[in-house]
Design a protein around this ligand. Structure first.
Ligand SMILES: Cc1cc2nc3c(=O)[nH]c(=O)nc-3n(C[C@H](O)[C@H](O)[C@H](O)COP(=O)(O)O)c2cc1C
Length: 226
C-alpha cells in the first residue's frame, strides 16, 4: 500500500484473531516507528511488549479493578468528561460502534460488556505499553513525542496486516500495569496499544470514523493562491 492508501484505510481494530503475532514482526514495527521525530532527538520512549500469560493477568486485573469500582489511576494527568464538540464526536463514534455491534441504547448489559472488552484490551494477543522517562514530567513535549511513536507503530502494523487500537481503558490502573509488567518507577506510563490480526467477522472493525473538513480547523495565512 502507498502512504495515502495506508492512512485512508486504517481504522481502529477491536476484534482480534487468537493467532499470535511473531516477535520479529513486532520488532520490525518498532524499528520503523522509532524513526519518529522527537524534541531535540531525545527519544524519551520505552516500549514494554506483553503477550501470553502476563497479558492475561494484566487484562483480568485491570478489568476486575475497574468493575470493582476502583478509580482510574493514570500516571498522566487526565481531563474530566468531554464537553461541547468533543463530547459530540465522542458520542458519534460510540453510536457507530454500538450500531455495528447491534447494541441498543437501552441494552445495559451489552453496553457494559463493551466497556469490559475495552478494559481487557479487546482480548488482543499483544499489548505494547508506551512509557517515557518520568524526569521529563510534567510532560507535554514528551507526550507529543510518544504520540509520534505511537502513530508510527499503528501505521507500520497496518502495513503488515495487523490491527491496533490505542487503548486508554487498558491502562486505567497504571499501578497494576506497572506491577504485572515490572515497569521501573522512573518511567511514566502513557498509553497502551492493543495489537493483533483483525477478526474480519467482528462488525466493529468495519466502522470508519468521521473527520472534520479542513475548512473547519485549518487557516492559511499569507498565501497568494486561493
Ligand atoms: C489516546 C487515545 C486513547 C484511546 N483509547 C481508546 C479506548 O480506551 N478504547 C477504545 O475503544 N478506543 C480508544 N481509542 C481509539 C479512538 O476511539 C479512535 O482512534 C477514534 O475513535 C478514531 O477512530 P479510528 O482510529 O478508527 O480512525 C483511543 C485513541 C487514542 C488516540
Amino acid at each position: 500500500m502507498d502512504f495515502g492508501e495506508l492512512v485512508q484505510t486504517r481504522r481502529s481494530v477491536r476484534g482480534f484473531k487468537k493467532q499470535p503475532v511473531p516477535r520479529a514482526t513486532i520488532d520490525e514495527i518498532i524499528a520503523l516507528a522509532k524513526r519518529a521525530p522527537s524534541s531535540m532527538n531525545t527519544q524519551p520512549w520505552h516500549v514494554h511488549v506483553l503477550a501470553g500469560a502476563p497479558l492475561e493477568v494484566l487484562r483480568r486485573r485491570n478489568m476486575e479493578a475497574m468493575v470493582g469500582g476502583a478509580k482510574p489511576n493514570r500516571d498522566i494527568a487526565i481531563h474530566g468528561e468531554y464537553e461541547g464538540v468533543h463530547r459530540e464526536r465522542q458520542v458519534d463514534i460510540a453510536k457507530k460502534l454500538f450500531a455495528a455491534m447491534g447494541i441498543a441504547r437501552d441494552d445495559k448489559p451489552m453496553r457494559t460488556d463493551w466497556v469490559l472488552r475495552g478494559f481487557r484490551q479487546f482480548d488482543a494477543p499483544v499489548s505494547l505499553v508506551l512509557t517515557y522517562d518520568r524526569r521529563l514530567d510534567p510532560g507535554a513535549v514528551c507526550h507529543f513525542d510518544l504520540g509520534a511513536l505511537c502513530y508510527g507503530i499503528v501505521m507500520a502494523a497496518w502495513d503488515r496486516g495487523l490491527g491496533t487500537v490505542i487503548n486508554g481503558q487498558g491502562i486505567m490502573r497504571s499501578d497494576i500495569v506497572r506491577e504485572v509488567a515490572d515497569i521501573p518507577e522512573d518511567e511514566a506510563i502513557m498509553t497502551c496499544v492493543a495489537m493483533g490480526y483483525p477478526d474480519e467477522s467482528f462488525p466493529a472493525n468495519a466502522v470508519r470514523s468521521d473527520r472534520e473538513p479542513n475548512e473547519s480547523f485549518v487557516r492559511y495565512i499569507g498565501f497568494d493562491d486561493a
